[in-house]
Ligand binder design. Sequence first.
Ligand code: G3P
Ligand code: MG
Length: 247
Amino acid sequence: MWPYPKVVAHRGAGIFAPENTLVAMQYGYEHGFRAVEFDVMLSKDRVPVLMHDPDFGRTIAGVGTVSSTFARTLIEMDAGSWFDARYANVRVPLYEDIFKYCREKGIWMNVEIKPAPGYEVETGEVVAELTQTWLQQFDSTAQAPLFSSFSESALMAAKRQAPDIPRGLLLDEFSPNWRVQIEKTGAIALHTNQQHLTANWAKQIKDRGFGLFCYTVNEVERAHEISSWGVDGFCTDRLDLFDASFD
Ligand code: G3P
Ligand code: MG
């Protein structure tokens, strides 16, 4: 069963705003999106921030790593210029601030737990513990978030910390071991790369009662094809091609 929205904005607003930032969430919201996926990583002082890459250099300038930088420094860093000079004042956001924004606006969150290498358990624990606390503080019209991660250790840590927050296991491609992996993490859904999904694998997943979510679907034709295989939801960079009414 998949009780969540079908179309989800990837990293906030896909290709339309700097990824994993507040302006991306605002862009998605203003364009009708009420479901978002973003990546969460820990700073040196174990504060979750929105970030995809463990190293600086792509979305924030310079040399360094997220896991060796304090949150107070990270939130001063320019997370927008790489995308366009007009976003030079956009900063790395705290997960807490994005969480509050999404709860206020009724935006459903797929929180991808994205640990820097070596911080898998810690990241799963911290993100789950804080999410559970904040869910009690910030009521919303949106459903509770869904965690996902490529890291089984992070998902198992999240399960220990907040067993009632559902989880999705991210696998880039077919793994013959997928049932063992999904059961180990107690995930309700499998999240996979649409490029590697086959009708046969989709059927196996659906026949066993799991949710099936794909990343990153940027073509309408492909979205229809995988939907016909039973895919429940997908994230997209192309907020211009899809909307919540897509079926
Ligand atoms: O969660 C789906 C997708 O975001 C996984 O890949 O690299 O975009 O985080 P990535
Ligand atoms: Mg992601």
